[in-house]
Design a protein around this ligand. Structure first.
Ligand code: PLP
Length: 396
């Protein structure tokens, strides 16, 4: 068994597994039994890689940022997932899962979405593949992210507003699982991050691992070495981070720093810093760290970034941080917003607020002048313009 990867039972240390209702056992078992075979099948890989190249626009560039490099006194590279079709890394996973669903004979796709990025990626691939698509979204998020809802409708998806709980991502996920329970035969549930029952965390990590596969090749071409000294990424559920670190995990000299959303501070009630504040529990089919009260009620997370306010964390990240392979920093709203403004004004790149958490983490690391650092720029900030403009209007 590989030291940092999933074991045969679907666990990373004590985290992971598949805690699901009886009715989904067959579905999840089918997926467990076939995902590796399908992902490793040459005809699957040929179709997937061709679409990644010509449809998504990969490889995404590895860009040496002169201004960030100057600011931090070393070489800082940005892995430009923001340049992918639909504006983030999420399409790598959505594309792979819809292709896999077709090979498993599924005829209908469902997904959950928070900010809407995963919903758009899934609706996009379903349009391409001619698959009917239903996206569950909390009513609060539907209101906050109306442009993204309009895009999904334009793409032909059915968007269902969820009115239970706080009407955000956690509730949308519950509703998507309920739909899956009533249509286990024909439906594939495309989960948008490295969360959920086994095999989702491992499957999503593998589909996102293209990020670090390319980064190694690009660094070799540009710098004559495949290994950076540091890789840095933000973590919500953990998929862009999983993709950015996947092919570096076994190179233990590569240091990994991850940024979770501190919100107004990990020591306040307004936070989404799950690794700092979470305790062991079960959420959405997997045993992991989650923010909960002493009697097991899920605590509503808060972050200025809709893509990071999830009360759980992928089991892979709970484990890697527990064993010390990754260092997880809690980055507050203000730090992320200021890092976004710096990149925007100095490099002409408007990052997603999620990605800005990774940029803000740089100031907590002491670099040597010879260090090479790769930051995953997971998405672009078009969706966040209102939040940015309102924030800086009030600040200045
Ligand atoms: C969804 C999203 C994230 C957070 O999800 P992960 O699964 O943790 O990657 C980060 N960045 C962007 C741009 C996103 O859209």
């Amino acid at each position: 068994m590989e030291k940092f990867k999933i074991d045969e039972q679907g666990y990373y240390g004590e985290f992971g597994g598949a805690y699901i209702p009886e009715i989904l056992h067959q579905n999840v078992e089918d997926l467990q039994n076939s995902y590796l075979q399908i992902l490793n099948d040459p005809s699957f890989q040929a179709e997937y890689q061709l679409l990644l190249k010509d449809y998504v626009g990969r490889p995404s560039p590895l860009y040496l940022s002169p201004k960030l490099s100057k600011k931090y006194g070393c070489k800082i590279f940005l892995k430009r997932e923001d340049l992918n079709h639909t504006g983030a890394h999420k399409i790598n996973n959505a594309l792979g899962q819809v292709l896999l669903a077709q090979r498993m004979g599924k005829t209908r796709i469902i997904a959950e979405t928070g900010a809407g990025q995963h919903g758009i990626a899934t609706a996009t691939v379903c349009a391409l593949m001619g698959m009917p698509c239903t996206v569950y979204m909390g009513a609060t998020d539907v209101e906050r992210q109306s442009v993204n809802v309009e895009k999904m409708i334009m793409l032909g998806a059915k968007v269902v507003s969820v009115y239970s709980g706080n009407q955000t991502l956690k509730d949308a996920t519950n509703e998507a699982i309920r739909d899956w329970c009533s249509h286990p035969q024909d439906t594939h549930y495309v989960i948008g991050s490295t969360v959920g029952p086994h095999p989702y965390p491992d499957m999503v990590a593998r589909l996102q691992s293209i990020i670090s596969k390319e980064a190694r090749e690009q660094l070799l071409e540009q710098e004559g070495t495949e290994k950076p000294d540091y890789v840095v990424a933000c973590v919500g559920g953990g998929s862009n981070a999983a993709g950015m670190i996947y092919n570096f995990l076994d190179d233990e000299e590569v240091q990994i720093y991850l940024a979770e959303a501190g919100g107004k501070g990990a020591d306040t009630p307004y936070t989404a810093a799950t690794i700092h504040c979470g305790t062991l529990g079960v959420i959405h089919g997997s045993k992991t760290l989650l923010m909960q009260t002493a009697d097991g009620q899920v605590i509503e997370p808060y972050s200025i970034s809709a893509g990071l306010d999830y009360p759980g964390i992928g089991p892979m990240h709970a484990y890697l941080s527990q064993i010390g392979r990754t260092h997880v920093l809690s980055i507050n709203d203000d730090e992320a917003m200021n890092a976004a403004l710096f990149l925007t004004r100095q490099e002409g790149i408007i990052p997603a607020i999620e990605s800005s958490h990774a940029l803000a983490a740089l100031k907590y690391i002491s670099f040597k002048p010879t260090d090479r650092v790769i930051v995953c720029l997971s998405g672009r900030g078009d969706k966040d313009l209102n939040t940015y403009l309102n924030y800086f209007k009030n600040e200045n």
